[in-house]
Design a protein around this ligand. Sequence first.
Ligand code: DP6
Length: 351
Amino acid sequence: MADGVGRAEACANIALAKYWGKSPQGGNLTAVPSLSLTLDNLRTRTEVRFSDDLETDEASLDGRPASGRVLTRITELLDRLRAAQGETRRARVVSFNDFPTAAGLASSASGFAALAMAASQALGGTLDPVILSSVARQSSASAARSLFGGFVELGAETDSARPIAPQDHWDLTMLVAVVQSGPKPVASTGGMVHTAATSPLYEAWVRSAPGMFEAVRRAVLERRFEDLARAMEQSALTMHATMLAAQPPIVYFRGTTVELIDRLPRWRDAGLPLAFTMDAGPNVKVLTPSEHASELTRRLEEFPGVGSVIACRPGPAARLLELTGSLEAARPLTEAARPLTEAASSTGARS
Ligand code: DP6
């Protein structure tokens, strides 16, 4: 029985085939398909507590009160779930990340995925990840993918993400080379709208992204690392080229980002298998077969301008946390990982 409280944990994901651009259909549907890897080491934990004595929703993120656009996005997600459940109470949301927020480390992905699951639990709503993926996607499209573990795709103009291969499908490690961890200069939503409106390359991006997505998808399913590297890097670099051609340009790279883009292929040519990608921020994420992770970590840590390296393995699906004790110490509930029954998904929260 729902008592107005829910807790969930979700992992960030990094797209191997990128999403950049909204569908003209609206509703935060994406213009291009994307495919990501959920990462075990970049987690958000969120508690949602509905209460009679609140006049507005309140949220604290990493110990700081949320306001402005951040709080509005949280309220909009809660409103969709409230409408589905006939709920009128406001909520207090407490959330923290175990990684730097807003630095292109996909905190909105894990954040909205954890929020959707925790809030739905608090309201006695659905825990069906397909429906929660749609709820999260309407807030932030990459969040749709964080409901699932392993390798996950989100089709163009598609409501929910879906997993294409489980967490243990391929023993890869994603090394996040943190170049700078301040807030990003342009938030991704605004950046996409600006790119679509002003970049002469945007149409070409929308036309070519599905082919790169297919190549990434095939390489993942067949575990062909060289093919994955080629398609993954082309997807990231085409996305950034499209933004660089906007007017004025959107430049997420810093000097160290460019130095790494130049250096990494040379390490690969000398025998170290790797594939890099960059999101809406300066950090460089480098994927490698896990047996090469320690050598690559060492080189990245020594690289001038790299502050730290976060090593991540393929991560699990979003899951509920036990409701007792502190949010920090709460253990995952194994029930959340079980396949969902018809009964669990029949109280749909789709708005
Ligand atoms: C570069 O999901 O943050 O990380 O839907 O507007 O919230 P909104 O955008 P968001 O965009 C992520 C863009 C990306 C690539 C990706 O994750 O596919």
